[in-house]
Ligand binder design. Structure first.
Ligand SMILES: [Zn+2]
Ligand SMILES: [Zn+2]
Ligand SMILES: [Zn+2]
Length: 321
């Protein structure tokens, strides 16, 4: 959902756009844009018209239609064809890029993003030496409720918040895996300074995890319904298992009395792999926000890597002298 500030920003952008096209921001246009930006989902002109009429009964259907067209030209909205015979619009300013799965029976719409799918599309486009400008992907099907002749809920979720929820989940899972590793590793390493390094990084991971959990609670405070929203950002959690060894694996690998140097090297490898994984993952996003979330995470992992490397260098130097 757009905050007051975001609505104000977009109104200013729209006002500039109108000026460039020798048009004026009228009171009616403002009411239409404001109503549109404060409503989630894929609104038909008629639905928006109904909303606007509650605030200003003099606004006509054509004005709503023209304003939406202008908003689209200005880059603040996009037309979305859900093949239900209506022209629908959604706002796109600062919103994550996404695709739609639409139920042909009840029109329920699920929004989703798969960074892997985005990357695959880019590869295919590059093969034809095209530079992609925009793309849409709509999948039409029958939802499980309609398949079973049950009434289907028509919940409309705020995809911004759902995106944040999913990204947080991924980050928390990675932090938990890292934390588990350092706690288990600290248990298995007997050298005091190596143990201290692992415990220190475990503390850092704990702090990161706390911060994320705090964000999570704040998100739920705003809308606890958000937990019911379908997955937006698709992520292969199995890939985390390849980076962070499980507790059993750690035990197995560290059982053979790994010395401090080997344990530190194992941790360095893991942090580097995690850093690369999230950096590459961030690259798959074509919107800046998704990129930013995961690049920040990649940077934290790089920090950990450096911390361990410092300790490793110290240990190596000690053994040389
Ligand atoms: Zn349905
Ligand atoms: Zn959408
Ligand atoms: Zn896409």
């Amino acid at each position: 959902m757009n905050t007051d500030q975001e609505v104000a920003e977009q109104l200013a952008l729209f006002s500039d756009y109108l000026k460039r096209n020798s048009l004026k921001m009228t009171r009616q246009r403002e009411v239409i844009v404001d109503s549109f930006l404060r409503t989630n989902g894929h609104l038909s002109i008629d639905e928006l018209h109904q909303l606007v009429k509650q605030k200003d009964s003099t606004v006509g259907f054509t004005t709503v239609f023209r304003t939406l067209k202008a908003l689209t030209d200005c880059g603040l909205a996009r037309e979305t064809d859900l093949q239900d015979g209506r022209t629908r619009f959604e706002h796109i300013y600062n919103r994550p890029h996404h695709h739609h799965i639409v139920c042909v029976a009840c029109n329920r719409t699920i929004e989703f993003l798969s960074p892997e799918l985005e990357q695959l599309q880019e590869l295919i486009v590059a093969k034809y030496q095209f530079e992609s400008v925009r793309h849409q992907l709509q999948i039409f099907g029958v939802c499980p409720d309609c398949q079973n002749q049950r009434p289907s809920p028509q919940d409309v979720f705020d995809s911004d918040a759902v995106f944040a929820r999913d990204a947080l989940k991924i980050a928390m899972e990675a932090e938990r895996s890292g934390l588990n590793f350092y706690l288990a590793a600290a248990e298995h390493i007997s050298h005091p300074s190596g143990k201290a390094t692992f415990l220190r990084i475990a503390e850092e991971e704990k702090k990161h995890l706390h911060d994320l959990e705090y964000e999570w609670i704040e998100l739920l405070k705003k809308d606890k319904n958000i937990l019911k929203a379908p997955v937006f950002l698709h992520f292969d959690y199995e890939s985390l298992k390849k980076i962070f060894p499980t507790r059993d694996e750690i035990r197995k690998r560290l059982e053979g009395d790994l010395d401090e140097e080997q344990a530190l090297r194992l941790a360095m490898e893991m942090e580097l792999e995690s850093h690369r994984f999230f950096r590459d993952y961030a690259e798959k996003f074509n919107d800046t926000r998704g990129k930013a979330i995961f690049l920040k995470f990649a940077a934290e992992e790089e920090d950990h890597y450096r911390t361990i490397q410092k300790e490793y260098d110290r240990v190596m130097q000690r053994s040389v002298h």
